[in-house]
Design a protein around this ligand. Sequence first.
Ligand code: NAP
Length: 484
Amino acid sequence: MDQARVVAAVEKGLFIDGKWVDATGGRTFDVVNPATGQTLCAVADASPEDGRAALDAAVAAQPAFAAMSPRDRADILTRAFELLHERVDDLALLMTLEMGKPLAEARGEIAYAAEFFRHFAGEAVRIDGGFQTAPAGGARFLVTRQPVGPCLLITPWNFPMAMGTRKLGPAIAAGCTSVIKPAPQTPLSMLALMDLLVEAGLPPGAVNCIATTDAGAVIEPMIRSGAIRKLSFTGSTGVGRKLLEQCAEKILRTSLELGGNAPFLVFEDADLDEAVDGAIAAKMRNMGEACTAANRIYVHSSVIDEFGRRLASKMAELRVGPGTEDGVNVGPLIDAAALAKVETLVADAVSRGASVLTGGTAPGGAGFFYPPTVLTGVPRDAAMCDQEIFGPVAPLTPFDTEEEVIAAANDTEYGLVSYVFTNDLRRALRVAEALETGMVGLNQGVVSNPAAPFGGVKASGLGREGGSVGIDEFLETKYIGIKM
Ligand code: NAP
């Protein structure tokens, strides 16, 4: 009953210039509930012409939005933060239905998503500049910061609301208009956010939202048009690379939050219970479908058996099922392809000598479920050591020395996040400095926080989202030289 109501309440069109419109030719596509494999509803499927219309709306709205006072833009964000909390029950249910994560996690994501609006409401009114005497005297330097201009924001399906607000928060705070394109698996959360932003006072055209099943054809002309000034993309490294090439033609500002292959290091002096809890947090958030998911768990050989026993026992207790059911900890994977990928990676590791401590076999039946799985003795040439597993599978690999594990951890093209568990302060700092990642969790399995700079190095991306630097990605610095 509630399920049908929250789905029915969402506008299913394209949101362009403050209005809901149909896609060209009335084209739609189906959104599927991954827990059942059943269609939830159909939403408008944007064509390249629709993309152009959304872009035109963002471009037309840019001057007035940039001229709006920072306080007024901050107030929109603050009101949207409040509305997200007021509507958390319905929005969480909607997210669980389209994405699969358990309701408690969906509620957590709405709160996390809202926090980006609260954080950037504060940043909107603190955009600063400078005034300085030239070193040789005579002239003055006036330094000011202006919105980059209309932005294109592209988000993945795994955090349908938070990946959007992490971009919309700083864009709105900085005075940039935007076109946002959610992933086709999970467009409903972002569509629901549009009405909420209007209620919060957002002017027409300041944010436009188009879902499409033809991302390549819709997005590339927008990027190449020259009308967009910035791309902010969250998704896979492969797609990020392609978009970066497209952005090169018009030298667009780019922020890329890409894939990860997080190493999780457990030293012999770590508190093992804390490390097990950290591993579950780092592995099982979002069923393992997170860029920050612990993908390679290196455990000192003197404690790996005990660590594996405790981890497997806790993982086996987690309840798998539809995210809408009470007490479920682990929902379905996003689709059949995601499930098949996890099955293939586990089979590959086992064929190379890994042992299964718990899980390891999909239950079959409706929905795309995979059980919490712990593998030990995973050899470093297993495919899962190089690729994002994106599922609830924890691969354990033993190590003996600090040098050896740092080299193994860094032996990847990715560099998003790493985790280190040790009670030795000097080792903690030494290892954290040596790891080639943009973020490190020290004795903790979660690093995401809107007030901290989130982002990666190497093939995990460019730029940072959140923190005091998150708004910089949406601002240009202008220097005005003044002859006195
Ligand atoms: P994806 O396949 O790269 O898709 C991400 C978004 O890009 C989707 O909206 C997708 O739409 C769109 N897209 C795909 N091809 C495109 C193209 N040629 N032009 C324009 N847009 C295009 O990634 P995903 O499978 O949705 O998400 C999982 C990935 O995101 C993982 O690699 C994960 O690590 C990464 N991620 C990173 C972060 C971070 O902060 N670093 C956070 C979350 C997720 P279509 O689906 O229609 O192609």
